[in-house]
Design a binder for this molecule. Structure first.
Ligand SMILES: Cc1ncc(COP(=O)(O)O)c(C=O)c1O
Length: 389
């Protein structure tokens, strides 16, 4: 291969996409747990709208008011073009919610998480990372150019084995997710923190999928496990329970001020828009004052997992509403995905490198919007698909 154009025309991932066509679907309608594709109603089983707030009247109204007052966009970075009141309001609300001194919001979770790694590390440091973390964190690691060691997924003793062989004087960062987006696993943060303590590690937790889902107030994995003071940076996305788009990182005042001055992902990228900030700010208020959304989410999650266990589905021991259906080979995963589509059920096919080799899966996620009938329908269709494919 000797040209970039050839790389594009011969790319295996693109060929797979064109052959299987299970990604980049266009919907022509959406309401509650349903979407419409070419006029056909389908059950949505893969959205990250965990609390189901994307059509909440208060969320929508807040976005409209923010647009009326501030327009559609900041059309630039906050460093250059200035912050608006809603940026600080959202940051203060997020920091208080997470139990941190300050927070910085960005226009995408990807940027926030990438920046949470890249901003704080320098050549000569060492990053220790759970090998299953999200692409945004890997991007941060690659951009930082720092030496990296991977430890096995959710395995603090493997992390310890690596840490004890390393030079104590080198500054170290440990990078994990709070809730793993594909696996639905919760990080064993208590053990990880204990292992890190003697080594003075800077700990970054991406809690995109824990926020709104875990904790008595939905404050996420770190608060749920009562480790708020032991984690240096909590980062994540506003595009899941917070029913918006955008990202954040939260930490001590010094850490967040450092990010304001050094994060390329914040400095050289346009700010989160007024409507996005208002959606997130209002969702945050709703999820704190209305626990019934989270309660409904967990009722649904328990119900769905009972159904899947009953039919012998491998859910990778998911502990949260992110529930993978592990199938193992690309061809069979595609077959089952297609059979579910024919039955009117929308899931997402995830294959390597999005998941480890041999863990090809359909990613499903429970929402407070689902009814038990929806989940029954999914389980029945899945059982039939497993028999058929
Ligand atoms: C664990 C994790 N981190 C970060 C992100 C990036 O967030 P966003 O989609 O808001 O850019 C995602 C989104 O898929 C995610 O799952």
């Amino acid at each position: 291969m000797n040209s970039i154009l050839q790389r594009c025309t011969q790319d295996e991932a693109t060929k797979a996409r064109l052959k299987y066509n299970p990604w980049y679907y266009h919907f022509d309608g959406q309401k509650g747990s349903k979407i419409w594709i070419n006029g056909r109603e389908m059950l949505m089983m893969s959205s990250n709208d965990y609390l189901g707030l994307t059509f909440h009247p208060k969320v929508i109204e807040a976005g409209k008011q923010a647009m009326d007052k501030w327009g559609s966009s900041t059309t630039g970075s906050r460093l250059a073009n200035g912050s608006r009141a809603y940026h600080r309001e959202l940051e203060e609300a997020l920091a208080a919610f997470l139990g941190k001194e300050d927070a910085l919001v960005t226009s995408a979770g990807y940027l926030a998480c990438m920046g949470a790694v890249a901003t704080f590390t320098q050549k000569g440091d060492l990053i220790l990372v759970d090998r299953n973390v999200h692409s945004s964190l890997w991007s941060g690691i690659i951009v930082s150019g720092v030496k990296v060691e991977r430890f096995s997924h959710n395995n603090p003793s493997d992390l310890q084995d690596i840490l004890i062989t390393e030079n104590r004087k080198i500054p170290k960062m440990v990078v994990v997710e709070g809730v793993y987006s594909m696996e639905g696993h919760i990080a064993p943060l208590q053990e990880i923190i204990e292992v890190c303590r003697p080594h003075n590690c800077f700990i970054v937790v991406d809690d995109a999928h824990g926020l709104g889902v875990l904790g008595d107030r939905g404050q996420g994995t770190v608060g749920y496990l009562d480790r708020t003071n032991d984690v240096d940076v909590i980062c994540g996305s506003l595009s899941k329970s917070m029913a918006s788009t955008g990202g954040f990182l939260a930490g001590s005042r010094a850490v967040v001020e450092y990010a304001r001055s050094h994060s390329k992902q914040a400095i050289f990228s346009a700010a989160i828009s007024p409507a996005q900030a208002a959606f997130a700010r209002t969702s945050l208020e709703i999820l704190q004052t209305n626990p019934e959304y989270r309660e409904r989410l967990w009722e649904n999650t328990r119900y769905y997992k009972r159904l899947l266990n009953h039919i012998g589905v491998n859910t990778w021991n998911s502990e949260t509403p992110a529930v993978p259906i592990v199938i193992g080979s690309k061809e069979r995963t595609y077959g089952i995905w297609k059979s579910l589509m024919e039955a009117g059920i929308f899931t997402v096919m995830s294959i390597p490198p999005a998941v480890p080799p041999g863990k090809d899966l359909l990613r499903t996620a429970v929402s407070a919007l689902h009814s038990f009938e929806d989940l029954d329908r999914m389980a029945e269709a899945l059982e039939k698909s497993f028999k058929k494919v």
